[in-house]
Design a protein around this ligand. Structure first.
Ligand SMILES: Nc1ncnc2c1ncn2[C@@H]1O[C@H](COP(=O)(O)OP(=O)(O)OP(=O)(O)O)[C@@H](O)[C@H]1O
Ligand SMILES: [Mg+2]
Length: 264
């Protein structure tokens, strides 16, 4: 359930205002986003502005997601807004980052945002230490044997949930920021590129064009046939288990078509 600024417990609001160094004058609610209970752009009396997300600690999944976002923020990926602070108080975990002013990219065929997405996935590539974030392969352990999941291991920062509402084109239209690092993990360098390729197909690209786009991102060359096949298989299996064979077919068919186009 979404909570407005005024509905947050008073001690939580006071703690936020202390961190901001002034009273909140405007709390702009954000329509998008489903996970965090509280999301807003907060404007302070001094004219400052921050993006804030909060979850009750009793929401185990939401809290874990927020902690992953904090861990990813500490790695300071060049394409992420800067994490400013985070704290827990009175049963809430609150996280603040710099505000990105911009719009969602279009991933449709012919969009001028497509090279900007490719640039973001190039610039955002960074190696991270073991243990900094959960292992991406582990996320899929229910859906594939340990052996099958080996190629989904890696030492790179994975955003893990790239879609157009987790990306923002800056107001100059020059670069894409990736937001919402709640699904961040440590894994292979090609992972977000493959996921974004599927997003392109959801927006009307055929598989061959989506793969052509993926090839414009340098780290794509690290995606082996074996790795892509494992990625496709575990994703199809888990989606089928989640929503049933019939409903998962359109999405699974996209994954299989993308996989087939990678060897064409
Ligand atoms: N730093 C930021 N500056 C400005 N707007 C942001 C920022 N981070 C996120 N947003 C906006 O807020 C929306 C929701 O944020 P976010 O995706 O982090 O929330 P969420 O609840 O985790 O979402 P999801 O439903 O994807 O789990 C984003 O789609 C984006 O429009
Ligand atoms: Mg999001």
């Amino acid at each position: 359930m979404r909570v407005m600024w005024e509905e947050l417990p008073t001690p939580v609001r006071s703690a936020v205002e202390r961190r901001l160094g002034g009273r909140v004058t405007i709390a702009e609610a954000i329509e998008d986003g489903l996970t965090a209970a509280f999301i807003a752009r907060l404007h302070t009396v001094g004219g400052g502005e921050v993006f804030v997300k909060g979850v009750p600690i009793t929401d185990g999944d939401g809290h874990a997601a927020q902690l992953r976002e904090v861990a990813a923020g500490a790695l300071a990926p060049a394409v992420a807004p800067k994490t400013l602070w985070h704290f827990e108080t009175c049963g809430w975990h609150v996280l603040a980052s710099t505000v990105v002013t911009g719009r969602y990219p279009s991933l449709a065929p012919g969009s001028p945002d497509l090279p900007l997405m490719a640039d973001a996935l190039t610039i955002g590539r960074c190696r991270i230490p073991a243990g900094a974030l959960p292992c991406y392969a582990q996320r899929w352990e229910r859906w594939g044997s340990r052996k099958k999941l080996v190629p989904l291991r890696g030492g790179w920062l994975v955003h893990g949930d790239v879609h157009r509402h987790n990306a923002l084109v800056d107001s100059a239209g020059r670069r894409v920021w990736l937001v919402d690092w709640a699904a961040a993990a440590r894994g292979p360098a090609w992972l977000d590129i493959a996921d974004t390729g599927i997003r392109l197909m959801e927006e009307g690209h055929d598989a061959a064009t989506a793969v052509r786009w993926a090839r414009t991102v340098p780290a794509w060359r690290t995606a082996t046939a074996e790795a892509l096949s494992a990625w496709c298989e575990v994703r199809c299996r888990s989606w089928t288990a989640r929503i049933g064979a019939r409903d998962s077919e359109p999405s699974n068919a996209r994954l299989r078509a993308f996989l087939a186009a990678t060897v064409a």
